[in-house]
Ligand binder design. Structure first.
Ligand code: SF4
Length: 111
């Protein structure tokens, strides 16, 4: 769970994050870390009252327009490259061909 979300849900200002390193190149004494993360009341309020609503409105407008333009800000994370990287790197007229040929349309998520 995201640390800020956990703080807001638990009405707390700090949370402990367990970091576990699986790479063998990381020394043993650095593979397991417990770190306390602290947030001020103002930062949590900003996150809950400004940042989350902003992105919720953006998601809503994307849904309304049925258009999701690539923004190229999160293409690589600590887990690797985004699964759609090869689509986004193509010219616009080739993306649908790539999607049709190499991706599968899954059942819509119904929460
Ligand atoms: S590669 Fe993934 S993260 Fe990057 S712009 Fe495309 S869909 Fe977004």
């Amino acid at each position: 769970m995201a640390p800020k979300l956990e703080c807001v849900l638990l009405n707390a200002r700090n949370v402990i994050i367990n970091k576990i390193g699986f790479k063998k190149t990381i020394p043993l004494n650095e593979r397991f870390k417990r770190e306390m993360v602290n947030y001020s009341t103002d930062r949590l309020a900003e996150w809950a009252n400004e940042i989350v609503p902003y992105y919720a409105r953006m998601l809503h407008s994307y849904n309304e327009a049925s258009h999701y333009p690539p923004n190229f800000t999160q293409c690589e994370s600590k887990f690797g490259w985004c699964d759609y990287k090869r689509v986004c790197e193509l010219d616009r007229n080739l993306r649908e061909i790539e999607l049709t040929a190499n991706y599968e349309v899954a059942k819509a998520w119904d929460i």
